[in-house]
Design a protein around this ligand. Structure first.
Ligand code: HPA
Length: 262
């Protein structure tokens, strides 16, 4: 049976309407995932959900055990991961409530355990030219059309360490580097998934204008409200996406380790 993993971000701690089968506690060689995995079903596909910050939102972005979360999905047989996250909008024209399907990322995180290959398993350099699975990105765009959910096709996600928000100057520099959106959890999730040959794609919900874009203070309240306002759209998009994903794939994600070892 096809198994799709979904990682929920701020404001999305579960997917209601999913036929719930059970919950699974998983322990990994890298420690404990953020929470139990919630196993459900949608049209004959198994959906395995994990709230990234824990179901009570008690884990800050820099303390998330990204390795355990992704390893846990692998242990449960997941071959595709769709990751939902809240972001600040950098690019001109992006506004709160917009939904971006990113195609690139710039990793500005500093202190995270970001690989499964720390030498003991040999030295591995995965190709990461295209950080998000092109297959799932295409399917998400089609699902958006079918479900009448407007999506921005492509964008560069700048991953920051957090938990503080950025300075206006940092955001200006990210814009010069080509960053379109900024968030605290996109990396190393994407590269860890690639290291385990799992297809990974993101759905980024613009929760606020990034620092300095508008002359007003950023609040977590506005972030949570913007996410809350888009949950219905996200659920519609996910349901349609689940129906479109098939077992077979045409991307190279599942062969990421081929020719990656020294
Ligand atoms: N910056 C970083 N992470 C975020 C933001 C932001 O402006 N909004 C939501 N997550």
């Amino acid at each position: 049976m096809l198994k799709i993993g979904v990682i929920g971000g701020s404001g999305l701690y579960g997917i209601k309407g999913l036929l719930l089968k059970n919950k699974k506690k998983v322990s990994t060689p890298f420690g404990k995932p953020s929470d139990q995995y919630v196993i459900g079903e949608s049209g004959g596909t198994e959906i395995i959900f994990l709230p990234r910050h824990g179901s009570r939102h008690n884990i800050p972005p820099h303390e998330i055990n990204y390795r355990a979360n992704i390893w846990g999905f692998k242990m449960l047989g997941v071959t595709r991961i769709i990751s939902i996250n809240a972001v600040g909008g950098i690019k001109k024209g992006l506004k709160p409530g917009d939904i971006v399907i990113p195609d690139q990322t710039i990793d500005m995180t500093k202190n995270r355990k970001s690989t499964f290959y720390d030498g003991k398993e040999g030295v591995v350099h995965i190709d990461f030219t295209e950080p998000y699975c092109p297959d799932i990105r295409r399917i998400l765009m089609k699902a958006g059309k079918n479900a009448k959910v407007a999506l921005k096709d492509g964008g560069t996600y700048v991953a920051v360490e957090g938990p503080r928000l950025e300075t206006a100057s940092e955001i200006r520099s990210f814009a010069i580097l080509g960053g379109d959106i900024v968030g605290m959890t996109g990396m190393p999730e994407a590269s860890l998934a690639r290291e385990l040959e799992i297809c990974y794609s993101g759905i980024s919900v613009v929760a606020n204008y990034a620092a300095g874009i508008k002359k007003k203070k950023l609040t977590t309240k506005e972030v949570m409200e913007a996410i809350g306002a888009s949950t219905e759209k996200i659920k519609r998009l996910l349901k349609e996406t689940f129906a479109l994903i098939k077992e077979e794939n045409s991307c190279a994600c599942r062969e990421a380790l081929k020719e990656a070892r020294i």
